[in-house]
Design a protein around this ligand. Structure first.
Ligand SMILES: [Zn+2]
Length: 229
């Protein structure tokens, strides 16, 4: 800013207003905070959220958008708790009956996934914010996969047998790490792919129509599930 412009700004904007503008600029700089559109999704009273479907053009755009982290402030917010609870409810809903879900599948381009820990007693669902696969190793194994956003298809994908994942604990904000093996490692790879805009169909060597799933979906369709509210 040159001298004359600086002088003009000083004349036009009094110091207290400058301070307010600066504070506003800093808060706008919190790119990891929930947006108005994201809050609107989370404010829907239903606990189960609409799942984006790759066959729909607008949904497909969301599914293909790379995700970003949430800020520390956002992780400790009520909105994050709401997102975690609704992702859990959605993946566990009878009409979905999934083993994992990623935030873009419910319309938020955020690095948050929910994974069923089939490798733990009781096979609990766990939410992982700001998650990444640090290392993938072991053998490359081919196995069947499906996706809540790509109904009613299944496909065969080759994945690593072992991964090291890291994420941020939403309470302590400490970075956590875990080594995961077997099918649960496959779920982590599938869900983390979603965060980079990648669908399993991009990696599959074979994709086929699943009749059982189609019948299931038709049943829930008639009940009004899968409709954006
Ligand atoms: Zn999926």
């Amino acid at each position: 800013m040159n001298r004359s412009v600086r002088k003009a700004v000083r004349l036009l904007v009094p110091a207290p207003v400058c301070a307010v503008l600066l504070a506003a600029a800093i808060s706008c700089g919190d790119r990891g905070g929930f947006t108005k559109a994201e809050r609107a999704i989370l404010d829907v009273p239903d606990s189960v959220l609409y799942v984006e479907n790759v066959a729909n053009a607008a949904d497909s755009l969301i599914l293909r958008t790379p995700c970003v982290d949430l800020s520390d402030k956002a992780l400790r917010s009520d909105e994050f708790r709401k997102l975690a609870a609704k992702m859990l409810a959605t993946v566990r809903a009878p009409e979905q009956d999934g083993v994992g879900i990623a935030a873009p599948q419910v319309g938020l381009s955020r690095r948050v996934i929910c994974v069923q820990r089939l490798d733990r007693p009781g096979e609990p669902f766990v939410v992982y914010p700001n998650v990444r696969i640090d290392t993938a190793y072991g053998d490359r194994v081919r196995g069947p996969e499906g996706c809540l956003s790509v109904p009613p298809y299944r496909g065969y994908v080759t994945r690593w047998t072992d991964v090291v994942v890291s994420w941020k604990d939403a309470e302590t904000l400490a970075v956590q790490r875990d080594t995961v093996h077997g099918y649960t490692a496959v779920i982590f790879q599938h869900e983390c792919d979603h965060l980079d805009g990648i669908l399993y169909t991009d990696r599959a060597d074979t994709v086929f129509y699943n009749e059982r799933w189609a019948a299931e979906r038709a049943r829930f369709d008639s009940l009004g599930c899968y409709r954006r509210r």
